[in-house]
Design a protein around this ligand. Structure first.
Ligand SMILES: [Zn+2]
Ligand SMILES: [Zn+2]
Length: 307
């Protein structure tokens, strides 16, 4: 039996996207139209404009080659007053929030924010905890309730700004504790510098979905089901468990790690490693892979649950 999180459909397409960006509708420097053109010309297939506390309606900007995903980023506090930024993403056919209007929670507390997150889940939104390292969160801060489909494990904007964009350890800890959450990545770009400047915060962290087609509905389905990987460079072409063997296929890397809900990890090292086939230890509740290239950039699969 073959088990995988990637959509098994011979007509499926791989689509590269940025799930996190800010425009002049909040604290970014580009208009939504300029942002779309920048990402389209950089080889991306989809983009979510996620302004702070403001839903920028971009449904009429989707074209034959490029899909806009709807969403926004909400700011609130946990019980201990740390900032929590939560992402809401959705497909075109629903309208969980009034377009092009500032939105504020009645209270910026963790409890009100969590109730709102469940409400938005019920309306069909994908709910994601953003940049936990930048927010200085520990897993205990969100464990009183976990409404999240995903945690953002790569946030390029805060990585570029303060070296705090890597949420992969936070994600590991959530998984160790039995939370079932996917790992996403995005730029969180504000574009206060030109796109070709070395200080540009665009084009660093991305999510690649394997989807039925290019529609916002199909891309959202891929996010909900974990049919995607997150990367700052390498590509992952396949990841599955068949009988008692784990298979990973990727672009040339130097290290491939397989991890589970606990140690031990498994690894393969080399100059141009593009495949790793290894046996399950037998006790794993889940397995996932990280593929790291010679420049230290990583691609992460979502977990395959074996229970
Ligand atoms: Zn944020
Ligand atoms: Zn942001």
């Amino acid at each position: 039996m073959k088990r995988t999180v990637f959509l098994q459909d011979e007509n499926a397409v791989w689509l590269k996207g940025n799930l996190h960006s800010h425009t002049v509708n909040s604290d970014g420097s580009l208009t939504p139209e300029e942002m779309k053109e920048a990402y389209k010309h950089h080889g991306y297939d989809f983009l979510a404009i996620t302004d702070h506390d403001f839903y920028s309606d971009t449904r009429n900007m989707t074209d034959a080659d490029f899909t806009m995903i709807q969403g926004f980023e909400l700011w609130s506090n946990a019980g201990n007053e740390k900032d929590i930024h939560v992402h809401y993403l959705w497909e075109d056919s629903i309208e969980p929030l009034k377009p092009n209007e500032t939105f504020h929670l009645p209270e910026r507390t963790g409890r009100v924010a969590t109730a709102f997150a469940y409400e938005m889940r019920n309306k069909g939104c994908f709910v994601q905890l953003n940049h936990p390292h930048w927010s200085m969160l520990s897993v205990e801060d969100i464990e009183f309730d976990n409404p999240y489909h995903a945690v953002e494990i790569m946030n390029y904007g805060t990585e570029w700004l303060e070296n705090t964009g890597d949420g992969s350890v936070f994600w590991s800890e959530m998984l160790y504790r039995g939370n079932k959450v996917w790992g996403t990545g995005g730029d969180d770009n504000h574009n206060h510098y030109p796109l070709d400047d070395m200080y540009s915060d665009s084009f660093g962290g991305f999510t690649v979905v394997k989807a039925r087609d290019r529609s916002s509905k199909a891309i959202m389905e891929a996010l909900f089901t974990g049919s995607f990987y997150t990367s700052t460079g390498p590509s992952i072409y396949d990841f599955y468990v068949e009988d008692d063997e784990i298979h990973v296929v990727c672009s040339p890397c130097e290290r491939i790690f397989i991890s589970g809900h606990t140690r031990p990890y498994q690894r393969k090292l080399g100059r141009h490693v593009t495949e790793f086939v290894t046996k399950l230890k037998g006790s794993e509740k889940l397995v996932r892979a990280e593929c790291m290239d010679a420049a230290g950039r990583s691609a992460y699969t979502n977990p395959i649950y074996l229970e």
